[in-house]
Ligand binder design. Structure first.
Ligand SMILES: Nc1nc2c(c(CN[C@H]3C=C[C@H](O)[C@@H]3O)cn2[C@@H]2O[C@H](COP(=O)(O)O)[C@@H](O)[C@H]2O)c(=O)[nH]1
Length: 319
């Protein structure tokens, strides 16, 4: 069977050979220095996954793990063709967009008594039921709703056939190590969110969580360019500004995602070295997962300031 290089080896190879995207080592060092004081704050750590995000489950129960599995099965492609025409979900008096609209729709369904996080339910959901659960509060439907329906049926069926319908059973079988994940961003974020919802304890005490990379979506590249840790060629910037829709595997997409992973690995390395110089071993507090969560939240909170940095558009189920 063909053995793929790990995400980190892939990222280094891409960064070393990239033409339109470059990692700025000095920029990465400056970002690490700017994060120095933040990483010791409580909400930079694992606790932030719950304390900073009211839509995330606050328990560490089997139901909470089921919630993570369902959400990460559908955790992709929320960008809209027109910024002003977006899929939005109103929940408990707030209007949510992007990834959070997915979480709001799931929580709305649970409040309505729909067992949306149970594999027994979503394995046989009809397309109309999926459309109802993920209905929009605007004219714009959730993107790729047919693919989401197929993925729900598929993943629900596998969970029932191989793990008795419980993702926690799958986690227990992984013997407290993260799954051998290949480049797919969704597999890595599922491991990370499972680690987070279980608060890194018990079945979620993955002792090799630090070997995960950041999750190469379409927001992390945007914030790395905004923070000047990564650069695009003028030619690529022009394509991005024109709203070019790329396809999975296009050179530009692979360079953007690979360089993002490598850039964040450098930021982590520099952060650990800064603390090491002060005699502090911060390997429990600094890893790609926590850096990713911080940068992703930063991107969401600084949407306005980042509006001149385009994000790359690929309509796919991978991120
Ligand atoms: N790299 C990375 N990508 C992430 C996440 C999350 C959600 N995780 C949060 C939940 C609890 C934790 O505290 C995390 O903060 C979603 N995405 C991706 O972003 C895109 C959606 O963006 P927008 O359209 O702006 O909502 C889409 O590709 C989606 O797959 C992350 O954490 N890291």
């Amino acid at each position: 069977m063909e053995v793929f290089p790990s995400p980190l080896e892939s990222a280094k190879f891409i960064a070393d050979n990239s033409k339109d995207v470059s990692v700025d080592e000095e920029g990465a060092r400056r970002v690490a220095e700017s994060l120095f004081d933040k990483v010791s704050a409580a909400d930079f750590g694992l606790a932030g996954w719950k304390s900073l995000h009211e839509l995330n489950p606050q328990a560490a129960s089997e139901e909470a793990v089921d919630w993570v599995f369902l959400v990460d099965t559908l955790n992709f492609s929320f960008w809209s063709e027109q910024e002003e025409q977006k899929y939005l979900v109103k929940y408990k008096g707030k209007t949510h967009s992007g990834y959070w609209s997915l979480c709001a729709a799931v929580n709305r369904a649970l409040d309505d008594g729909i067992p949306i996080t149970r594999a027994l339910y979503y394995a046989t959901m009809t397309l109309d039921q999926v459309k109802h659960v993920f209905r929009s509060d605007t004219e714009v439907p959730m993107p790729l709703i047919e693919e989401r329906h197929r993925l729900l049926n598929e993943s629900g069926t596998v969970l029932l056939e191989r793990f008795g319908g419980s993702f926690l059973t799958c986690v227990k079988m992984s013997k407290k190590s993260k799954k051998k994940v290949s480049f797919y961003k969704r597999a890595q974020i599922l491991v990370a969110d499972t680690w987070s919802v279980l608060e890194g304890k018990g079945d979620g005490s993955f002792d090799d969580i630090s070997s995960l990379t950041i999750f190469a979506d379409y927001r992390i590249p945007q914030v790395l360019v905004h923070l000047k840790a990564m650069k695009y060629s003028e030619e690529l910037m022009k394509k991005l500004r024109e709203g070019t829709v790329f396809h999975s595997g296009d050179k530009e997409e692979v360079e953007i995602r690979g360089c993002s992973i490598w850039c964040c690995a450098l930021i982590c390395k520099h952060l650990l070295e800064l603390y090491d110089k002060k005699g502090q071993d911060m390997r429990e507090k600094i890893n790609a997962v926590l850096l990713d969560y911080y940068l992703w939240d930063y991107a969401r909170d600084h949407r306005e300031e980042m509006k001149d940095i385009p994000f790359h558009r690929v309509r796919c189920i991978y991120y």
